[in-house]
Design a protein around this ligand. Structure first.
Ligand SMILES: Cc1ncc(COP(=O)(O)O)c(C=O)c1O
Length: 385
């Protein structure tokens, strides 16, 4: 006979999920590994981005895929953002639940389950989504009719990334015609996003690549205008290209995400005029120091995304994060005589890539002047459907 698992254990009933910190705690008391947000740098990043968008007369719709955190989206909207982008339909749910009702799914949606989820959310807010195939239009129209809702539809155009999006104006016009046949769908404009050029290291290379991409976007806009169809919105851009995208005058809306945090990979871009600061760290504690020349910290692959390189150790040029195991990180001393961090001391690691790092954590600990001010829920963590 299979042994029954206990439905309830009185010992565990008293056990509550541990938060990494509480407001008012000193920073070095944070339970590691934990995600930290430097609130002063975060505030400056938000103000710089909103200020630049306002100065250019372009709407800001920040991408929430970077932070997955409704408290951050609320802070962005409070400063003037029009709404947010999400990449997946399930990712949008915690934001809608938190009262954010203007959400663009900057991605294609396939299959009736996702379309139905989207159409059902659209009963409670203003939702839009991208298409690049006629079949997606039909699925969305059917779902919106079933739910009794309306969806904005962006035609995604390929401006050089060769990921999603139609290649030519003829394909865009076919989609436009299909969208216009459905009363529950409204043509919202074009999405033109080019991820590859965000991470071109030199500023002049990025400027040139943006100019080339803008020519392609303009050709699509002109083709629609030639048929008497104005584009209500042209949306796109990311944190690496946004300073040039705002100047090009093609976009009416920009959707950068990572500018909130600035990860290690973006930190390697040559600085532009619109410069953001590192505000995101993973707090890691030195948990073992038995080997010469190195210590072991408690943050490895389960706390840090390493697809864009290993983290750096903030403010400690003599320390190098050299290897990530599942739950361990090896931190080496670069110079033989450099001080060795003490057992139990806290290091701040700058993650290489913010988006997948956020997806590994339930909480984000906001601090100012080495004191915890807030603990925010990364509510859309794991929402990848
Ligand atoms: C469609 C789309 N828009 C905007 C962004 C935001 O880019 P970033 O986080 O680099 O600012 C991304 C990022 O991958 C994206 O895929």
């Amino acid at each position: 006979m299979t042994p029954a698992f206990p439905a309830h254990s009185s010992d565990l009933a008293d056990f509550c999920w541990p938060l990494p910190a509480r407001p008012g705690d000193p920073l070095d008391a944070v339970d590691t590994p934990a995600l930290l947000l430097d609130l002063d740098a975060f505030d400056r990043n938000l103000a710089r981005m909103q200020g630049a968008a306002d100065a250019a007369g372009v709407a800001l719709r920040p991408h929430a895929k970077a932070h997955k955190c409704p408290a951050i989206a609320q802070a962005q909207i409070a400063r003037g953002a029009r709404g947010i982008c999400c990449q997946k339909t399930s990712e949008a749910l915690p934001f809608l639940q938190a009262g954010i009702t203007d959400i663009h799914i900057s991605n294609e949606v396939v299959g009736p389950v996702k379309a139905r989820r989207l159409a059902s959310m659209a009963r409670h807010g203003r939702f839009s989504v991208c298409v690049d195939d006629l079949s997606q239009v039909e699925i969305l129209a059917h779902a919106a009719a079933e739910e009794g809702s309306r969806l904005g539809v962006f035609i995604e155009v390929n401006i050089g990334q060769d990921r999603c999006g139609v290649n030519d104006a003829a394909a865009a016009l076919r989609l436009l015609e299909a969208i216009s046949k459905h009363a529950q769908l409204a043509f919202a404009g074009l999405q033109a996003y080019h991820g590859g050029l965000q991470h071109l290291r030199s500023r002049s290379e990025r400027r040139l690549a943006v100019a080339r991409a803008s020519v392609r976007t303009t050709a699509f806009v002109d083709a629609l205008a030639g048929r008497g169809v104005p584009c209500p919105t042209v949306t796109g851009a990311g944190s690496g290209s946004v300073e040039f995208d705002l100047a090009e005058g093609v976009y009416t809306e920009v959707q950068p995400g990572s500018y909130v945090f600035m990860d290690g990979d973006y930190g390697r871009n040559e600085h532009g005029q619109l410069q953001f600061e590192h505000s995101l760290f993973v707090a890691a504690a030195v948990m073992s120091d038995r080997r010469d020349g190195q210590v072991v910290v408690d943050a490895g692959l389960k706390s840090l995304a390493v697809d864009s390189g290993l983290p750096s150790v903030w403010g400690e040029p003599s320390l190098r994060y050299a290897a990530a195991n599942d739950e361990h990180g090896i931190v080496q001393r670069v110079e033989a005589g450099a001080p060795r961090p003490a057992l139990g001391s806290l290091l701040r690691l700058v993650p290489g890539h913010c988006d997948p790092t956020l997806n590994l954590h339930d909480h984000l600990v906001g601090y100012r002047a080495d004191r915890v001010e807030c603990v925010w829920h990364v509510a859309a963590r794991g929402m990848s459907r």
